[in-house]
Design a protein around this ligand. Structure first.
Ligand code: 4AD
Ligand code: MG
Length: 432
């Protein structure tokens, strides 16, 4: 006789019924004639209670000696269990061991991060990665919903590109049939073509940077969502980053609260992600940081200790705009009122998490752009297509890039960005 195969998260719909759950042995503990088998099916963990007299001596003994992460199929009666978090347990009727495992390397004891990352392909089964990656999944959905509902067209940017978008020091170069090509650092330049074709577009894909320093914020492969809008000014882009972050955070809170609680995240921090976000210019931020005892060298970028101290003064993300033109990418439009400042914005997350978004208004004047390409020592030939966007109907436009892993890291309140991605790629890690 066969019974409906159900997942752990739907057990509440089957109280009093006999069902089958397929999964993996998470843990087991015995007491005389009773064995408690924690069965993990990917959606949750249910306790299955095996009574020796009911399941028979042979099966009882097999289950008792079964190793962690053995796969098995359990059929049992769904009973309410007020002591468990799930609220239900399975009174086992029978079970079938599909594949017995021995020596599963990740045990309930504490393991160091290097060991866990070496076993990432297995570690994914544990509660913490499960919660973090579910939050990532929810965030990706929230981002897509947000942009799709507001008329942005998804227009994927290529991964192979001849263009250095974000400077030449972090390029991964590859051979493209005898010609040099780079793995994309950002899909932005192609979105500018998209915005002039469709009005509003976005890309959402992997981006690559040969980051040579090992920090808790840097990956060499990370996912970026990059909306781009024709006719947009810096103010429009700042408003968009704010509205976007409020909405996607609210979505993740609404749908992912249990996972955030699993991670012991302080939910109140996320509940405070409401408009308006504090806004300040680079120059105002520098004055503040000097007062706080972490002065910035004149015209220099902020270091992470400075960003940390600055963001700790606020209870929500902050927008810092108009950084020195000299330290920003070639495509940023200079402020007409003050050309040594660029019409760009960075969004910095609170609690010391630092930059999660970079964006702004793009240079739309072809002559200025030609000069900037030259100053940045970029090869003009490979930018001819990009210059066409200024030759044929140039308009003010802008956009931003959000690093998904940075936002997941902050939403989850975890220490290191590498835990926010299924298989992290960093300076010292290409495996698994
Ligand atoms: O500030 P960035 O370099 O901006 C751009 O790439 C623009 N072209 C985006 C645009 O306007 N369309 O990068 C944007 C974001 C950063 O704020 C950060 O969240 C993330 O990408 N990021 C990284 N995340 C993880 N590891 C790295 N090495 C990252 N570098 C940037
Ligand atoms: Mg940046």
């Amino acid at each position: 006789m066969s019974f409906p195969v159900v997942s752990v998260t739907t057990l509440h719909q089957h109280e009093g019924q006999t069902v089958t759950v397929r999964g993996w042995l998470y843990n087991s503990a015995g007491k005389g004639r009773i064995l408690f088998v924690q069965l993990r099916d990917g959606t949750g963990i249910v306790q299955c209670v095996a009574n020796r007299d009911e399941v028979g001596e042979g099966l009882f003994s097999e289950l008792k000696h079964l190793g962690q992460e053995s796969s098995l199929i359990v059929t049992g009666l769904v009973r309410a269990d007020t002591r468990s978090k799930l609220g239900f347990e399975l009174q086992m009727i029978t079970a079938e061991v599909v594949s017995a495992a021995t020596g599963y390397p990740i045990t309930p004891k504490e393991h160091g991060p290097a060991f866990l990352h070496d076993h990432r392909h297995l570690w994914l089964r544990s509660r913490r990665p499960h919660a973090i990656l579910t939050i990532r999944h929810l965030l990706v959905r929230a981002i897509r919903n947000y942009l799709d509902e507001r008329g942005f067209i998804l227009m994927d940017s290529p991964i192979f590109t001849p263009n250095a978008c974000e400077g030449t020091s972090t390029l991964f170069a590859t051979d493209y049939f005898g010609n040099p090509a780079f793995l994309s650092q950002s899909g932005q330049l192609y979105q500018e073509a998209g915005a002039l074709a469709f009005g509003k577009t976005y890309c959402f894909g992997p981006t690559f940077r040969a980051e040579k320093s090992a920090t808790r914020r840097h990956l060499t492969e990370f996912w970026m969502v990059e909306p781009e809008i024709a006719w947009a000014t810096l103010d429009d882009i700042m408003d968009l980053t704010e509205d976007f972050l409020v909405e996607v955070t609210a979505y993740v809170l609404k749908h992912g609260r249990a996972h955030l609680e699993e991670l012991d995240r302080d939910i109140s921090v996320l509940e405070r992600v409401q408009k308006p976000f504090p806004r300040m210019s680079y120059d105002e931020a520098c004055v503040k940081m000097a007062e706080l005892g972490v002065p910035v060298e004149p015209e220099d970028d902020f270091g992470s200790p400075q960003e940390t101290v600055l963001t700790q003064q606020y209870d929500r993300p902050i927008l810092v705009h108009r950084y020195p033109t000299a330290i920003k990418a070639f495509y940023m439009k200079a402020d007409p009122a003050r050309p040594e400042r660029a019409l760009g914005v960075d969004v910095l997350a609170p609690e010391g998490y630092g930059e999660i978004i970079g964006g702004g208004q793009r240079e739309d004047n072809i002559n200025v752009l030609l000069r900037k390409i030259d100053e940045h020592k970029l090869p003009i030939e490979s930018f001819q297509w990009y210059l066409d966007l200024r030759r044929y109907g140039s308009v003010p436009h802008g956009g931003f890039g959000l690093g998904v892993e940075r936002l997941v890291t902050w939403l989850c309140g975890i220490h290191h960005v590498r835990e926010s991605v299924p298989f992290p790629r960093t300076l010292d890690r290409l495996t698994p």
